[in-house]
Design a protein around this ligand. Structure first.
Ligand code: A3P
Length: 292
């Protein structure tokens, strides 16, 4: 297993599939995981104790997690851009199954301190896996999603940057791998909505979090947060341009910032790929109200 750490949580009877490079994916509870995330996930389910004051950011990878981490941290801490200039967003808000549990685990106190009593935690785990563990705490959940074709394009580009995959990962194969109650507690947003009118959406998000921008001078704070969390601003900071690898994955810290645009899949996917993904999306999500 990776990093020579404990194999706790590994079950050799799990279905396994070759992924890109010489990596493997393991199927557990209907989802496919790389080994280190499977181990982290099983530890989350065994050990994570959510608190009612927690705010949990839930997202599929490449749907805007880094942006939302910056926004949530800034809204809750009423932070100017200073903290974002010197800390990568993933070191402000840790991801449960990647950074707080599993082979790469660090203690929550290693992440940037917050002036709020709310812990902000992120996860890429789907609802069917994490919901039972989190529901008793009745904490707030912010869920971001994104057009699947842009998500796939972003993900494919991200994986290509990983030093561990020497062979290029054909986009055709990536396309084949494309595998969804409580309104006061769950905030749902799409990357596209956030991109279209960031200020309005950040205002809504702050209201949901119970810290609205309605005091004296708060309009300026809101503008400042929107600006300091913008792709242009965040991607200009040295900490976010760094080619150093993150402590928890084999990728440069700069990998979380690529183009930050809507519709970039048109530059990569051919018509056949688009039709294939659209068909899968209709099949899987036609009853979800999430169709693009
Ligand atoms: P692209 O690859 O399309 O550029 P995640 O944070 O979930 O890994 O998602 C990464 C995607 O969000 C990448 O998309 C990245 O460029 C984009 N992104 C990162 N920070 C952003 C920001 N502040 N505003 C808009 N998009 C951002």
């Amino acid at each position: 297993m990776e990093n020579g750490d404990s194999n706790e949580g590994y079950d050799s009877s799990l279905p396994v599939e070759k992924w890109c490079g010489d990596d493997r994916l393991y199927q557990w509870k209907g989802c496919w995981f790389r080994l280190q995330y499977l181990l982290g996930t099983r530890q989350v389910l065994d050990k994570f104790k959510p608190l009612p004051s927690d705010v949990i950011l839930a997202s599929f990878p490449k749907t805007g997690t880094t942006w939302l981490k910056s926004l949530l941290y800034s809204i809750i801490n009423r932070s100017s851009g200073a903290c974002l200039r010197s800390n990568h967003p993933h070191l402000l808000v840790p991801t449960l199954e990647v950074q707080l549990y599993g082979p790469q685990q660090q203690s929550f106190s290693n992440f940037a301190s917050t002036s709020s009593s709310s812990r902000i935690l992120a996860t890429h785990l789907p609802r069917q896996i994490l919901a039972d563990a989190v529901r008793p705490a009745d904490c707030r959940v912010v869920y971001v999603t994104r057009n699947p074709k842009d998500t796939l394009t972003s993900f494919w580009q991200f994986v290509l940057k990983s030093s561990s995959y020497e062979e290029p990962w054909p986009l055709e194969m990536a396309v084949e791998k494309e595998s969804l109650e409580r309104p006061e507690k769950v905030f749902f947003i799409t990357y596209e909505e956030l991109k279209d009118d960031t200020k309005t959406q950040v205002k809504r998000l702050a209201e949901f979090l119970g810290c609205p921008f309605n005091g004296d001078g708060e309009e300026e704070v809101l503008d400042e947060i929107v600006m300091s969390c913008s792709f242009e601003k965040l991607s200009s900071h040295e900490v976010n341009k760094s080619s150093e690898h993150s402590p928890w994955m084999r990728l440069p810290m700069s990998s979380f910032f690529r183009k930050g645009e809507v519709g970039d899949h048109r530059n990569y996917l051919n018509n056949e790929m688009v039709e294939r993904i659209d068909a899968i999306t209709v099949e899987k999500f036609h009853e979800s109200g999430l169709m693009y």
